[in-house]
Design a protein around this ligand. Sequence first.
Ligand code: SF4
Length: 461
Amino acid sequence: MYFIQENCGVFGLCSQYDCAGEIYQGIDFLQHRGQQYCGISTYDGSINHETHRGRVANSFPDEELKTLRGRWGIGHVSLRDRQPLRWLTQIGEIAVAFSGNVINSHELIREMMGRGKSFLEGTDVEIISKIIIEGSSLAGGIADLAGKIRGAYSLVVLSKDGVYATRDVYGFRPLIMGHDAMGTRYAVSSESRALENLEMEIYRDVEPGEIVLINDEGFRTLFRLDSPRKAHCAFEWAYTASMDSIIDGVYVQEARDNLGESLAQRDIDEGGLVADIVAPVPMSGMGHALGYHKRSRVNYQEVFLYNRYADRSYTQATQKDRDKMAKRKLSILPYVKGKRIVLCDDSIVRGTQIGYKVMDLKKAGAREVHVRVACPPLMYPCEFGVSTRSYGELMARAYLRAGDIISLDQLRPLESWVAERIGADSVKFNTIDDFVASLMTERANLCLACFDGISPYSAGI
Ligand code: SF4
């Protein structure tokens, strides 16, 4: 599924050795969180800094990494802007990178301009940087964000003191710390996979509202700001995060397994579904399909081959071209002829892509295609840093209205309607209750706003 994308991933490292090479690897392991821009800043008395348009692996030649000298640094991958941003401030040079979204950016810009501040482009990272720089100290400025920013941020700030790392008081976006066994490298990352692939042990998640300083002495908590409630993005486990990561204490793979099992259980409870194979829409449908297979005992078989060399869909200018390119990323494995297929995907946004998949499978001779969707229907765009498109593009919104409670009774007619539109023999989504149970996290600690429309800002404060 291609049209939901995380906006950013952040990485920070304090090492006994030059760190640019490992920051490069760290953000490469976060590439799935943003493919449009990438950047690295390091500190060796002043800030060395490079950002590029494009993917990490194609963007930083060895000669350039050698110029990024220093033992401390931060890196960033993004879907929407170049980060880190470098600033010359009253307390020396700093570089700032974040993952998330500032909802009240217009108000903040207006208020700061009223006080004589100016902005280059008024991006979220620029606003965040200016609030930090206005603080009594770096840590004080970072703490001030909590009272001013409405939205989500996981943040790294590089300075002469080391790397500061923090998460907004709700903990929307993930941020986790790790170190090597010798105590020579301390790091923070949007996802654990970057730490583990750099042979570090997981230490723990940065808590919502916690401000940590990382340097040669390791991790030091400077502040723990009051958190009104946790609101971890539920979508991380279903789609955004890589399957080899652990997010806020829950293995992504286990959560996806549960989501697939829950879909299979519903089929069993509703009389059983006769199918020959269960297959994923690559890549994010894989964990869900394996879970479905585990519970249903229906054989697992790939039906699409992922073309890793196809261009990225964002480089195409029109939606039609992007759809075409997305289609070219997957080719059919023709051993589907005559088969009754359960096809697992993470979510349905507009329905265009899953419709193509169903059509392709039927053209290749599949007898039946039953679509099973891990997430409940997407009903609201995300305000917290995940591009889930506008109301008009969300397929379920053409059928259900805002405020509709998505119970099983309401899901069934929606599912028949979606099945008809995408040409599938049947469609089933997880209910919100089953979705939450699969994530093994208390509902009160999750953001589910794109499914139920309830902003964590209005719930439980
Ligand atoms: S609205 Fe949805 S995508 Fe956005 S943070 Fe909440 S759960 Fe995640």
